[in-house]
Design a protein around this ligand. Structure first.
Ligand SMILES: Nc1ncnc2c1ncn2[C@@H]1O[C@H](COP(=O)(O)OP(=O)(O)O)[C@@H](O)[C@H]1O
Ligand SMILES: [Mg+2]
Length: 337
């Protein structure tokens, strides 16, 4: 387990006409790990997966799987299985036939193909849907069919393109946990693409943050959260996002420096150095988000406990945890030590 399936991307570039989708992507996916690739819509996530799967070609750079350049290997011979955002099931085939299709193409005998398909379907809890057609199943069920189909390929790398995006919140939460368990059991290298920063925080061993066709940072989620490499990553991971104050302002700072503080690292404190007016209060039950505005116009978002006893219009004092301030070079956006 975990011996095969290392993926290495070197200086990958891909443009579509004048649109630069990938602007020199370097990324290493370790054998057996679950890596989450996160970034806003249009940042190049799907393009990366399509290139690894061989469904598209890079303009430049290399893709290595277990040290082998895969440029000349056609998609059906690459040991990768991709799950598409829109599932890509055959509408005119039953669920069972969708599952056995790939096996039959690879000349697995019908009985054996159906046995394997049933086993994969049972594993994903869709064993009773085998006779239905895709349009007779729910979005969550179709997603499972697509995952079961990927399992049947027994690949050395799974490429999952936003597999949870179209599920409603409770189902997304449950399926996320199942994916983690599945990965733990299989130990197969998995690249999981998402635009959801919460998913990125909870899912993978490591997270890679993509912005406009470039990898901005790679690391364990907590480390990336605690030490974002630049202003983009700082603002992207975390909800509500980090407060970023150019010049430092009320947070204290210097010219050319942008100072950041996460909402949970700001506290209500009667003796706090920062005065602010509460503009809005979002009571979320387990926590409360305060949107505040300082006399100089700086807006600070504060995350505090339930029932803070604060109402819009109140004047509050705030204190930032001094050990949790982030400093960035304003010109380059890079983190300063
Ligand atoms: N086949 C294509 N033709 C033209 N533009 C494309 C094509 N595929 C992707 N793009 C563009 O490349 C950029 C990255 O796309 P994509 O990888 O799909 O982003 P993501 O999956 O992160 O949302 C986008 O600007 C997108 O519009
Ligand atoms: Mg995409």
């Amino acid at each position: 387990m975990g011996e095969r399936g290392a993926v290495r991307l070197e200086s990958l570039t891909r443009s579509y006409g004048r649109v630069v989708a990938l602007d020199g992507v370097d990324l290493e996916v370790r054998a057996g790990e679950l890596l989450t690739l996160v970034g806003p819509s249009g940042s190049g996530k799907s393009t990366i997966l399509r290139l690894v799967a061989g469904l598209d070609r890079p303009d430049g750079g290399r893709i290595l799987v277990d040290g082998q350049d895969v440029a000349r290997i056609p998609p059906h011979r690459r040991a990768v299985a991709m799950v598409f955002q829109d599932y890509a099931l055959y509408p005119h085939l039953t669920v069972l036939a969708n599952l056995t299709f790939g096996l039959r193409v690879r000349r697995v005998r019908r009985q054996e193909a159906e046995r394997r398909a049933r086993a994969a379907a049972d594993r994903l809890g869709i064993g009773e849907l085998l006779d239905r057609y895709p349009d007779q199943t729910s979005g969550g069920q179709r997603q499972r069919v697509a995952l079961a189909r990927a399992l049947l390929r027994e690949p050395t790398v799974y490429l999952l393109d936003e597999p949870l995006a179209s599920l409603d919140a409770p189902l997304r939460f449950a399926t996320r946990a199942e994916l983690i368990t599945l990965h733990r059991e299989l130990g197969t290298t998995t690249v999981h693409v998402t635009h959801d920063q919460a998913e990125a925080m909870t899912l993978g061993d490591r997270v890679a943050v993509l912005d406009r066709g470039r990898v901005r940072q790679v690391g364990p989620p907590q480390q990336v959260y605690d030490e974002p490499a630049d202003v983009f990553v700082a603002g992207f991971l975390g909800s509500p996002p980090m407060n970023l104050v150019p010049g430092g302002g009320v947070l204290g700072g210097a010219d050319d420096v942008t100072v950041g503080v996460r909402p949970e690292d700001l506290a209500l404190d009667p003796d706090g150095p920062v005065g602010a007016a509460v503009e809005a209060v979002e009571a979320l039950g387990s926590e409360t988000i305060l949107l505040t505005r300082c006399p100089d116009g700086t807006r600070l978002t504060v995350r505090t406990g339930p029932r803070p006893g604060v109402r819009p219009g109140d004047e509050v004092r705030l204190r930032a945890d001094p050990g949790r301030l982030h400093r960035f070079d304003t010109a380059s956006g890079r983190r300063l030590r």
